[in-house]
Design a protein around this ligand. Structure first.
Ligand code: M6R
Length: 615
């Protein structure tokens, strides 16, 4: 949460920083601000609301031109989203500016101490104390990196900080504990950002900062140390996507673009993981086959949409490997003293790789001796770095707050892990693995086909714009799909939406059914597990008899549902376990269109941020 940018180089810092903030606005959009070093001083501007408000302010009251600067886009934690609470925060002399992502837990004590020493603090934020502390330390050390190290030693909590000082021209200093911070190394210029998207237009060469590290950027030099001042080892990496991947490319919203990119994202996630003989080769997995054979339990931890991917993975893992699998909300996990040991494989699923709840869950698991495998979309992020192994999804950057292509690729990665476990443990024969892989390889075309038939879904969504509630039902893997459909609708359309296991209906939720209430039902394939299919057809009849308006998502050729569907959305015939890859797509389109019809901001829904880097 919160996007941070820093720049030093020959270009106008304001232009580079504001352009970077535009790419980071998905991380928070309660307020935005910038500071530049110019004419021997420091100039800053900040505004509540979205970045356009700041841009207007900068148009009305331009800042002097400088080549060193920082910027911030905020998701509010301490203090309301006002101009005063917007970042950057300055010291009383207006010589230091600091931006921050995270929470400084001991800020109240530090603030009281500062006030006792005569400082006047102008905001309600936890961040402002850092500007004042940095000013104090710099007045002694005259070295901004050293001042930052000293200040960090006094802070508790999770924080990423970036600062400039008017008396340290051509220097930007950053510090990282828990929240993300990446360095971009250009030719005679350097960048700092919460996400490489902020500087990808300038350089694809990046340095991943580790935990408790301070970085000093100069035009020609990047120096990284630990909080203790010792030189730190860093990992450099090349960003394997370019600036076009982080742009809307003609779509009205990033979400629409990302929905459309799903066939490619699914195909890319499979790429290079199947050998010529059709077997799985997850060479990048740093947990050996011998270790995987010892696993006696899998525990999946994740949040939100990634949690729904985990719920679906459980069906595949247990069915294909016969290993018990638990799926848990990462935010609940470590607080209930879970039973973990070295034979437990913990799978942490996260698009961003920065979700604090998931990070804390995996740290807890490792402390108990369990091995952690991350399924992640973001190279250079914390969750893969702190895991024993990682399987990257190759969705490319996901900018819209609502997760779409990341979800489908998380599913693919989960299927690969499940199959691989089955392969190395011998619970799946090679030909069985090969058959599933062949089905998976066809899926990207099926997703493509679904996308071509979405106009009726959009039309239907528009007719439901005035409704207050939509329910979602599913069975087996269709149940997590129902949960995902409801989550998308809540976060985008701000409607009351709930997902239920269809079998639970008669245990209470059926009382919610009333005349014309839209109920989306995800119908399992009539082939294979036809008992499930027959049961859900009965469930559809039960709700329809009570007045529900049934919106049925069913396989092509499933005629049994036709008499009971007020609206029928067809999806391709797919093996049961893989059905979520095609069944989720209409629900994404449905939520996106409903949000548009209700006049909501699709890419930046209210109160949310893309990466939840606080617990
Ligand atoms: O980056 P992560 O996958 O760890 O994020 C987890 C959730 O915050 C995320 O999936 C969230 O639920 C999405 N906004 C849902 O669309």
């Amino acid at each position: 949460m919160c996007g941070i940018v820093g720049y030093v180089g020959p270009q106008s810092a304001l232009d580079v920083v504001v352009a970077g903030l535009k790419r980071l606005e998905y991380r928070g959009y309660d307020s935005a601000g910038v500071a530049v070093l110019a004419d021997g001083g420091l100039a800053a501007a900040k505004k509540a609301g979205k970045l356009v408000n700041l841009e207007k302010e900068l148009g009305d009251r331009p800042l002097p031109t400088g080549t060193t600067g920082i910027g911030h886009t905020r998701w509010a934690t301490h203090g309301a989203p006002t101009d005063a609470n917007a970042h950057p925060h300055l010291d009383n002399a207006g010589r230091v500016a600091v931006v921050h992502n995270g929470i400084i837990e001991n800020f109240a004590v530090l603030r009281a101490e500062l006030e006792e020493r005569g400082h006047t603090l102008a905001s309600e934020t936890d961040t402002e104390v850092v500007a004042h502390l940095l000013a104090e330390e710099f007045s002694v050390t005259a070295d901004l990196a050293e001042a930052m190290r000293l200040v960090c030693g006094r802070l508790e909590g999770a924080f990423t900080l970036v600062a400039v000082h008017a008396d340290a021209p051509d220097v930007v200093v950053g510090a990282r504990r828990n929240s993300p911070l990446v360095v971009g190394v250009g030719d005679g210029e350097a960048f700092l950002a919460s996400d490489v998207a902020a500087f990808i237009a300038h350089t694809r060469s990046a340095i991943e900062l580790g935990q408790d590290q301070v970085v000093e950027l100069r035009r020609d030099r990047v120096t990284v140390t630990g909080f203790d001042g010792r030189p730190a080892d860093v990992r450099t990496f090349h960003v394997d996507w370019d600036v076009s991947a982080a742009e809307k490319g003609g779509y009205d919203y990033f979400m629409l673009k990302e929905i459309a990119e799903q066939p490619k994202a699914v195909a890319d996630t499979l790429l290079g993981r199947i050998d010529a003989a059709g077997s799985l080769c997850l060479d990048e997995l740093r947990i050996s086959a011998a270790e995987l054979r010892e696993v006696d339990k899998v525990v999946i931890v994740a949040c939100g949409t990634a949690f729904h991917a985990g719920l679906i993975a459980k069906y595949a893992i247990e069915h294909w490997t016969r290993i018990p699998c638990e799926v848990e909300l990462a935010s609940e996990f470590r607080y209930r003293d879970p039973i973990l040991d070295p034979r437990t494989l913990v799978v942490a699923i996260s698009q961003s790789g920065e979700t604090m709840d998931t990070l804390m869950a995996l740290r807890h698991a490792r402390e108990q001796g369990s091995k952690v495998l991350a399924i992640c979309n973001t190279n250079g992020s914390t969750i893969p770095r702190e895991s024993d192994a990682v399987l990257y999804t190759h969705a490319g950057p996901e900018v819209a707050v609502a997760s779409t292509k990341a979800f489908l690729t998380q599913l693919v990665a989960c299927y690969l892990v499940a199959l691989y476990l089955g392969q190395v443990r011998g619970t799946k024969w090679g030909d069985e693995v090969g058959a599933v892989i062949r089905d998976l390889s066809k899926i990207s075309h099926e997703v493509e086909r679904v996308l071509r038939t979405m106009e009726p879904v959009r039309e239907l969504a528009r007719t439901l714009a005035g409704k207050n509630t939509v329910l979602f039902l599913g069975r087996h893997v269709g149940y997590p799909v129902a949960l995902e459909g409801a989550l998308k609708l809540k976060e985008l359309a701000y409607m009351h939406a709930e997902g239920f296991a269809a079998g639970e209906l008669k245990h209470g939720p059926i009382a919610l059914i009333e005349e014309d209430l839209p109920v989306v039902v995800v119908v399992p394939s009539p082939r294979g597990r036809s008992v499930l299919h027959d049961k859900i057809v009965s469930n559809i009849q039960e709700i329809r008899a009570r007045g529900a308006r049934t919106i049925v998502i069913a396989e092509e050729g499933d005629e049994a549902v036709v008499p009971y569907a007020d609206h029928l959305i067809r999806i391709p015939v797919t093996p049961t376990l893989l059905q979520p890859l095609v069944a989720t797509v209409p629900l994404q389109v449905f939520a996106c269109e409903l949000a548009t019809a209700r006049g909501n901001e699709v890419d930046q829904p209210r109160n949310l941020a893309k990466s939840v880097t606080v617990e």
